[in-house]
Write a protein that binds this ligand. Sequence first.
Ligand SMILES: *[C@@H]1O[C@H](CO)[C@@H](O)[C@H](O)[C@H]1NC(C)=O
Ligand SMILES: *[C@@H]1O[C@H](CO)[C@@H](O)[C@H](O)[C@H]1NC(C)=O
Length: 252
Amino acid sequence: MKVSASLTALTIIAVVSARTFTVKNSCSYTVWPAIFTDLNVGSATPDQPTGWQANAGTAVSFNVPDNWTAGRIWGRTECDFSSNPGPTSCATGGCNGGLLCDPHTGTGVPPATLAEFTLSGGGNLDNYDVSLVDGSNIPIKVTNNVGCGVPSCTVDLNLECPTPLAVKDTSGKVVGCDSACTANLDGNPANSPNCCTGSHDTPSTCPGSGVAFYSYFKTACPTSYAYAYDDPSALVQCNSSLAADYTIEFCP
Ligand SMILES: *[C@@H]1O[C@H](CO)[C@@H](O)[C@H](O)[C@H]1NC(C)=O
Ligand SMILES: *[C@@H]1O[C@H](CO)[C@@H](O)[C@H](O)[C@H]1NC(C)=O
């Protein structure tokens, strides 16, 4: 085997085989998309700022390295960065930093519907999903160009959000719906059947049936994570050799 030639070929492939991601705002309102990469897990980051403004009906495409790991994309609503930019600059999904989310600490403030990605993970598979584990704010659908699975939460969960979970903007409109975990309903985040923590930190000790309001989320959005261990119905995998391009659409 010509090792050196193979390595050269692989290097060339790695450089040219970045994926194209498109973030499309099909909502009737402005969304401020955000990207966060857990740099404790992987160093590869998308070729796109960590936050931007997306007017209604617009889309932006950018390159994402083939080995993007532990990445998430979400939308922020009702943002105003003109004073004191930071996590409270948006009604939902705000982050440390302001318009640009801090690369190290700029995860979104719940509730926020997430699109999560690890490309080229174990078994040469892309892993991706739509997650309501941190609550929900905007409907999201993740499509691809190679016929792999399409996770989504297309229902506006704000409309009938259970009162104990509802998050309102300053005008009193419900703009987000916390999960039972992010709402801290049981008051013990370190040992919580809603958060799957402490003595509830395995799939067998944290069944969905033990999570308050699980069925509200799962019935509306069966292909989304409605709690931490929803992998069987919510984790989507795609052969990484297909080098899928992905589109994240808000309000599909
Ligand atoms: C991702 O791939 C690039 C290009 O091959 C490489 O330089 C980088 O080290 C990789 N990053 C990780 C986290 O594996
Ligand atoms: C992924 O696709 C490649 C190329 O078509 C194929 O060789 C490989 O067996 C596939 N892997 C899986 C897990 O299906």
